[in-house]
Ligand binder design. Structure first.
Ligand SMILES: Cc1cc2nc3c(=O)[nH]c(=O)nc-3n(C[C@H](O)[C@H](O)[C@H](O)COP(=O)(O)OP(=O)(O)OC[C@H]3O[C@@H](n4cnc5c(N)ncnc54)[C@H](O)[C@@H]3O)c2cc1C
Length: 432
């Protein structure tokens, strides 16, 4: 299979040259070559789901090819929360500790009524008997993908191809044919197993003509990244805050050197207006007049979907992460559940690669599809509704429930087992 490749990039892929510390972020490696037929699994998409899967498969002795449309690791402002159950999974190879070093540990998080400064504080210390990481780690998802690209690029069993835009896929019971574009070249290739980790707009999913049923949430989400030290200005601020004002809500999340501030457009307001400087700064001023003049490092808007495939396995094409299911980001579960998919798929696919009946993969499908629908979508939709409720009487009911939960140790722990995604990992193991 002809793929053009620079000599330096090829040496890099073979681990012949030392990895520069900044290799993961610099576009020095445009693409790497490999004989794809020698790889046992080809993964489309170098996001958190695809790269964790690649990592776990090479750890167990398999040869992997990763195809990524972009020329460098995408640095988008999406996930910022890693939950304890995910950190536990990433612990075995030291990834969790490297991430912790790049992020901010948040042992407590809260709902906060801005006017009265009343709080409902959740304290994750009560989970220390079931996780080695009893906290939310606030850390951008690209920190994980950069770490993994740096490790995978050095590994002789992994070939990373950037600028490889997958266009078409055909699957059968004994193999998969793919076509991708690399600059002006169209490349046709065969592979034994293909994993679609190519995100919400998955071209693999479209190419197979699969329906992705679900709904769009009514409100768009707008996220600003700000330099301002909100903690100096707002009393009792924690690392993760869901802030209620009488007629609206905000979320304010701390990252290492920045804060993320999230709001939604007003009723009938178009997204461009909602993103505009005066509107953005007016929202910030609602919680901190001083912060309204701060530098806005970035601003993005997201349409929120809840969708799920009917099956995660289609012959030899297997789906993980956002390519398979979508949920509201409220509560920070999308990336985490994609990483949980990756671990579960690795656990099921490895025995199949080593000779077991592929029927085993049906259990992967049952487990992760059930968790996506009955745990992740359910909990994140509840969070979406709870965070955004503005009707005074309904808010009062929610507030009472939150207070009852945080003041009752049994309810508190129960709530956090769900929020930390520990319960969904436990439930998954019980599904046959
Ligand atoms: C505002 C916001 C905040 C969020 N916060 C959180 C949070 O705190 N915690 C959390 O758990 N989740 C959060 N999420 C969700 C999270 O970002 C996603 O669930 C996560 O990125 C999914 O990872 P993935 O690897 O499945 O897909 P992606 O991260 O989308 O990665 C897909 C990769 O595939 C590549 N690709 C796409 N098409 C092709 C193609 N045709 N050929 C080759 N490559 C291709 C893309 O370039 C990309 O690199 C948030 C989402 C939003 C919108």
């Amino acid at each position: 299979m002809p793929i053009v490749c620079s000599e330096a990039a090829l040496q890099y892929s073979m681990g012949l040259t030392p990895t520069p510390a900044h290799a993961a972020t610099e576009p020095q490696i445009q693409w790497l070559t490999t004989d794809m037929s020698s790889a046992s699994v080809t993964i489309v998409g170098a996001g958190p789901s695809g790269l964790t899967l690649a990592w776990w498969l090479i750890q167990r002795g398999h040869t992997i090819t990763v195809l990524e449309r972009e020329s460098i690791v995408p640095k988008d402002m999406r996930a910022s929360t890693f939950h304890p159950a995910t950190l536990d999974l990433l612990a075995d190879s030291g990834l969790a500790d490297e991430l912790v070093a790049r992020g901010t540990i948040v042992p407590q998080w809260q709902y906060l009524i801005h006017e009265s400064a009343e709080r409902a504080v959740f304290d994750m210390a009560c989970l220390s008997d079931v996780t080695a990481y009893p906290f939310r780690l606030q850390c951008e998802q690209f920190q994980l993908t950069e770490l993994l690209v740096a490790r995978l690029a050095e590994h002789p069993s992994c070939s990373l191809h950037f600028d490889a835009d997958v266009k078409a896929v055909t699957a059968s019971t004994d193999g998969v044919q793919i076509q991708y574009q690399h600059h002006s070249q169209i490349v046709d290739a065969d592979c034994d197993w293909l994993v679609a980790a190519d995100g919400a707009s998955s071209q693999v999913r479209k190419s197979l003509g699969l329906t992705f049923d679900g709904q769009v949430f009514p409100k768009t989400s707008i996220t600003l990244v700000l330099d301002y030290p909100f903690e100096d200005d707002i009393a009792n601020l924690l690392g993760v805050n869901y802030v209620w004002l009488p007629d609206r809500h905000y979320s304010l999340m701390r990252l290492r050197n920045t804060w993320r501030f999230t709001y939604s457009p007003e009723q009938d307001q178009d997204v461009d207006t909602a993103l505009s400087d005066p509107v953005a700064r007016a929202h910030i001023a609602n919680i901190s007049a001083a912060a309204a003049g701060a530098t806005i490092r970035s601003r993005n808007h997201y349409t929120l979907h809840q969708r799920c495939l009917d099956r995660f396995c289609h012959d030899r094409v297997l789906f993980v992460g956002d390519a398979a299911h979508l949920n509201s980001p409220a509560g920070g579960m999308g990336m985490n559940s994609g990483i949980h998919d990756a671990r579960s798929l690795a656990d099921h696919l490895v025995p199949v690669l080593e000779g077991e009946d592929p029927v085993l993969l049906e259990r992967y499908d049952r487990r992760r599809r059930t968790i996506a629908r009955e745990e992740v979508q359910r909990l994140s939709a509840q969070n979406y509704a709870r965070h955004r409720e503005t009707q005074a009487d309904k808010r009062q009911v929610i507030w009472r429930e939150l207070q009852e939960t945080v003041s009752n140790p049994v309810k508190h722990r129960d709530y956090l087992l769900d929020a930390a995604m520990i319960r969904s990992r436990e439930r998954e193991q019980t599904i046959e």
